[in-house]
Write a protein that binds this ligand. Structure first.
Ligand code: ADP
Length: 298
């Protein structure tokens, strides 16, 4: 997004003051790198206090509302640290989300992250899904609750992304294999009913950090309640998580041995999402994953 000369800092400062009950003035705004979707800023207040702000186009207000709700849901578990949301909204032709600023350090907190993530996954709900939809990257993520996980994964995850792919012009072999997989994949759940776990939902290494006081921190979630295997699968998809993370997780709450086969089923969702967002080589990767899964099933 092109830089905007007129940033809405004074309006945002007023919203921060209204939300916290304490005056806030932006003394300095420093751009923060590393994000995928939004413009990110560190706002330094007149009192020296820092806040973290993300900005986007005005139609992204609901995306920020969902992110704030997800961060609150994670924080309520009292397990892994997540930045506290302060306020969100839209003004001066931008939407915004303001969060607690977390100073990130360079330490390693892999073991604690593994342990605390397993504890977070113990937080449960009445159904798979969530009380609201959100986004995965910038793609809508539908969370309408369902009592059956296989139905949920078929309709709201793989089916949704496959339909999107078709609308984006990816027909042919991808759709043929996709339809077959939707028919056959329930066999991967014979004898396995996943626990209903609170998931971060977009847990790749770019959404994990360590605070300068040594706490593992997760941010930028795509929260919903589902099979924790989907979360662990994503950590393996793009790498960056150490063996200490997995050992600590499994010590706290071991994964079912069928995870190894279901891992591709879960990661296919993210590869299809990448195909829909970025195109290119993700088509081949999606078709190969489908091929591997179908050969397990036939
Ligand atoms: P995007 O939604 O664009 O992907 P992120 O939420 O991933 O943006 O944030 C972009 C970067 O800003 C992250 O990589 C991280 O380094 C930093 N960051 C995210 N949240 C905070 C926070 N609460 N405090 C300080 N820095 C943060």
């Amino acid at each position: 997004m092109a830089p905007v000369a007129e940033q809405p800092w004074s309006g945002i400062a007023a919203r921060v003051a209204a939300a916290t009950g304490a005056p806030f003035q932006v003394r300095e705004a420093r751009p923060v790198g590393g994000g995928c979707i939004n413009e990110a800023w560190r706002l330094v207040g007149a009192d020296g206090r820092s806040l973290f702000a993300k900005l986007n186009a005005p139609d992204r207000e609901d995306m920020f509302a969902a992110e704030a709700a997800g961060l609150r849901e994670i924080a309520a578990t009292g397990t892994v640290t997540a930045p506290a949301p302060i306020c969100h909204g839209a003004l001066q032709g931008r939407s915004f989300l303001v969060l607690e600023y977390i100073p990130f350090g360079r330490g390693d907190a892999s073991e604690r992250l593994g342990r605390e993530l397993a504890q977070m996954h113990r937080s449960s709900w009445s159904s798979y899904g969530w009380w609201r939809d959100n986004t995965i990257g910038s793609t809508p993520q539908i969370n309408t609750p369902a009592d059956d996980w296989v139905d949920f994964w078929r309709e709201r995850r793989l089916g949704y992304q496959l339909r999107l792919a078709r609308d984006n012009g990816y027909g042919g072999e991808l759709q043929r294999r996709g339809e077959l997989l939707l028919e056959l994949f329930p066999a991967l759940f014979a004898g396995y009913t996943p626990a209903i776990s609170l998931l971060h939902g977009d847990l790749w290494s770019g959404n994990v950090g360590v605070s300068d006081s040594g706490d593992p921190v997760i941010f930028d979630p795509a929260t919903y309640y589902g099979d924790r295997e989907a979360e662990i699968a994503m950590t393996e998809l793009f790498g960056g998580f150490s063996s200490r993370f997995y050992a600590a997780y499994n010590e706290q709450w071991p994964l079912d041995e069928g995870y190894r086969v279901r891992r591709d089923l879960y990661n296919l969702y993210h590869i299809l999402n990448h195909l829909n967002l970025f195109g290119g080589g993700y088509l081949r990767q999606a078709e190969q994953m489908l091929g591997r899964l179908l050969s397990e099933l036939r």
